[in-house]
Design a protein around this ligand. Sequence first.
Ligand code: GTP
Ligand code: MG
Length: 370
Amino acid sequence: SDSLTVAELAKKLNREPSEIIKKLFMLGVMATINQDLDKDAIELIATDYGVEVEEEIKIDTTDLEVYFTEDDEASMIERPSVVTIMGHVDHGKTTLLDSIRNTKVTAGEAGGITQHIGAYQVEENGKKITFLDTPGHAAFTTMRARGAKITDITILVVAADDGVKPQTVEALNHAKAANVPIIVAVNKMDKPTANPDRVMQELTEYGLVPEAWGGETVFVPISALTGEGLDNLLEMILLVGEVEEYKANPNRNAIGTVIEAQLDKGRGSVATLLVQNGTLKIGDPIVVGNTFGRVRAMVSDVGRRVKEAGPSAPVEITGLNDVPQAGDRFVVFDDEKTARQVGEIRSQQAVQAQRSEKARVSLDTLFEHM
Ligand code: GTP
Ligand code: MG
């Protein structure tokens, strides 16, 4: 901490408190033994005794959020939009993600597409777009509850033959609460029973009024199955990106969020990260949630080994001492010592929190049975 009491300072200097009080008095400061001394006063006294004051490194271990600082405008450049696809069960989210990936990830890279990581990038008109495969609404809700904003744009998929359903509403409420622009993809247009007008009508009741009807929401008719309308959808995403001007500073330590993580038999802890600011590099000392380590290997969304990953890039890393959780934040530090220090304290705190949680639960159960 920044301050010490007279008694604490005396102890550190190996002197009697009365001696310190006398010294302070000579310097024109009236102090009692329990008085808090600020940094300047401590320095003054210490110097008088010929002792150099070493400042404690101040690290915040409880909340990685404090490292998510703003960069000045001049250091920031355009970054790809990060897009999440949401919608009701069976309305075609996975089919859409897959068909975008299949049609848009260039053939040259296809050799690498064997694994399925929870995020990928495509290129449209020379610009990149990052898609996140949200593992269902529950995970999204947890991330949002933790304040981890990761997505810039939500694609709300609504099947044209089925219309607005409970999870459609849930998804649009999520997006609204997070203040994320929504693009409506009216899917399954290839079906004879497709009724896009009904979808527009129903969504208008929830405040999503189509541009065609004087509103501000973009509706794109698509078929995830045949690929119809996908180019249009991607162009609309780029358009929103241009309007919103998503930016980041590639020249800083990386920060971001865990998309998914698991224990791999051969590779140990494997985490898919979304870099939200800065550039992540091999060898970076990193804290990820309550885990830490050095970035050992990095693999891109197409299964290629890479040495660095810039803003909005999804990347799979190894080198962590344990498995973090989806939604956890990550922060790169300048040196390994600090990363280790922060990581160790955080994991201890997590263990403690878990213990007290368990204690509470068992107490509750006890009361339930009384
Ligand atoms: P959950 O993950 O279970 O919530 O479903 P989902 O939204 O991911 O839907 P999914 O992509 O699994 O599609 C559900 C079914 O609809 C599958 O049988 C798809 O083949 C079909 N489907 C998806 N898109 C289209 C489309 O554009 N046209 C037609 N005809 N069928 C589609
Ligand atoms: Mg699915």
